[in-house]
Unconditional design. Structure first.
Length: 117
């Protein structure tokens, strides 16, 4: 079993940056593809970014491409999401997910990101 804990969310102004972290415990995430999802009020949860277990392959939603960067440090059991040029439409609860290519994903509890205009 993998437990995921996100941190780094907060309230920022448009144009600012935030870095989210997701630390895993219980089992190493070394061989899992990891990802970040987000859910805004009244909307479905959507994929934001994903990264292969080697870290050599990444994928982004069109809405964040060029602004967000996902990375991982397997030695620290941690995945990051660097978010630059934040927009009000990025406001959401951000969730870390493990084993993203499987229907049996692991989920964190989420961290709130609020971007004011």
């Amino acid at each position: 079993q993998v437990q995921l804990v996100e941190s780094g969310g907060g309230l920022v102004q448009a144009g600012a940056s935030l870095r989210l972290s997701c630390t895993a415990s219980g089992r190493a995430i070394l061989y899992y593809a990891m990802g970040w999802f987000r859910q805004a009020p009244g909307k479905e949860r959507e994929s934001v970014a994903s990264i292969s277990w080697t870290g050599t392959s990444t994928d982004y939603s069109d809405s964040v491409k060029g602004r967000f960067t996902i990375s991982r440090d397997n030695a620290k059991n941690t995945v990051y999401l660097q978010m630059n040029s934040l927009k009000p439409e990025d406001t959401a609860v951000y969730y870390c997910a493990g084993n993203v290519n499987s229907p049996n994903k692991y989920w964190g509890q989420g961290t709130q990101v609020t971007v004011s205009s």
